[in-house]
Design a protein around this ligand. Structure first.
Ligand SMILES: C[S@@+](CC[C@H](N)C(=O)[O-])C[C@H]1O[C@@H](n2cnc3c(N)ncnc32)[C@H](O)[C@@H]1O
Length: 279
């Protein structure tokens, strides 16, 4: 989509307030497009780049962190597909397509894998077709929905996923967009209640307790330039999302350390991530 066309489509949109769904507006930074910029993508606009660059100036680790997070996603999906036999994924907070989208990693190992993507940003919806290119044995759906509409999401996802069989609930770099007053722990509990024993939770979250001063400053800058606000959480708060689950080794760790191959250099992040199994 070119910038002029998008501007024409979105210029008159009313901005969504904090806590609401973002309107299609290229004059305000969107999380999905900021993240796309940090990952080296082209689907972003001047407002996104300004916010992204301001955050980089405060904490250059946001760029390596975005890459490390994306690699965590691929390793976790690869492990669940090849190692744990999971064939169904509910990927909430999909983002603009990038390398190693969930269905690509899952269907490379198990072609019959089913994936339901969910995002509330019209920017991501505009890219949904790229996500829907399933191979012939698998199945993919895309839901344009807000994570906080959890019941609706579960109902619509059941058109594609069989909730009597194990499902991987994926909340990768999304829960920082859910403030405490919207009860993120309750949302995760509701999702995990809807899936049977043998299901998994895959979760990553921006950390308040890794390089705390720099990440706090980067976040403050982003929160000023975007209507979507980040809430940072510490290791204990992220661990609490896994309540009642069996955490896989190495537990809640920096995403670049979660089952990473032994490399001399790694992209560093200020993000906690982990994978838990419902007993
Ligand atoms: C940083 S991106 C992460 C993309 C992908 N999960 C990854 O980790 O590579 C966060 C995504 O979550 C989406 N998001 C944030 N809050 C949301 C909400 N309440 N409901 C649905 N999607 C949301 C944003 O629109 C954005 O696309």
């Amino acid at each position: 989509m070119n910038e002029d066309a998008t501007q024409a489509a979105g210029a008159d949109d009313v901005l969504a307030g904090t806590g609401e769904r973002p309107a299609f507006d290229v004059s305000v930074a969107h999380q999905a497009r900021i993240y796309n910029y940090w990952l080296g993508g082209k689907d972003n606009y001047a407002a996104d780049r300004k916010a992204a660059d301001e955050a980089i100036a405060a904490y250059p680790g946001v760029v390596t962190g975005a890459r490390a997070n994306r690699q965590f996603l691929a390793r976790a999906v690869g492990h669940l597909t090849a190692g744990a036999g999971i064939r169904q994924f509910l990927d909430l907070g999909t983002g603009i397509p990038a390398a190693n989208n969930t269905h690509e990693v899952a269907q490379a190992a198990a072609p019959q894998s089913r994936v339901v993507y969910v995002d509330y940003d019209p920017v991501v919806l505009a890219h949904a077709r790229a996500l829907l290119a399933s191979n012939k044995d698998g199945l993919i759906d895309y839901l344009d929905a807000d994570l906080r509409e959890t019941d609706t999401i579960l109902e619509q996802a059941s058109r594609t996923l069989d909730f009597s069989r194990p499902v991987a609930i994926m909340l990768i770099a999304i829960l920082h967009a859910i403030p405490d007053e919207d009860d993120p722990h309750g949302i995760v509990a509701k999702l995990m209640d809807a899936v049977p024993s043998g299901s998994y939770l895959v979760l990553s979250h921006v950390a308040s307790d890794i390089d705390p001063e720099q990440i706090a400053e980067a976040t403050a800058r982003l929160n000023q330039l975007s209507r979507q606000h980040f809430t940072l959480r510490d290791h204990a708060q992220v661990l609490r999302f896994f309540g009642g689950l069996e955490l896989l080794e190495p537990g809640v760790a920096r995403v670049e350390e979660w089952r990473a191959p032994e490399l001399e250099t790694r992209d560093r992040s200020a993000m906690w991530g982990g994978v838990g199994r419902k007993p």
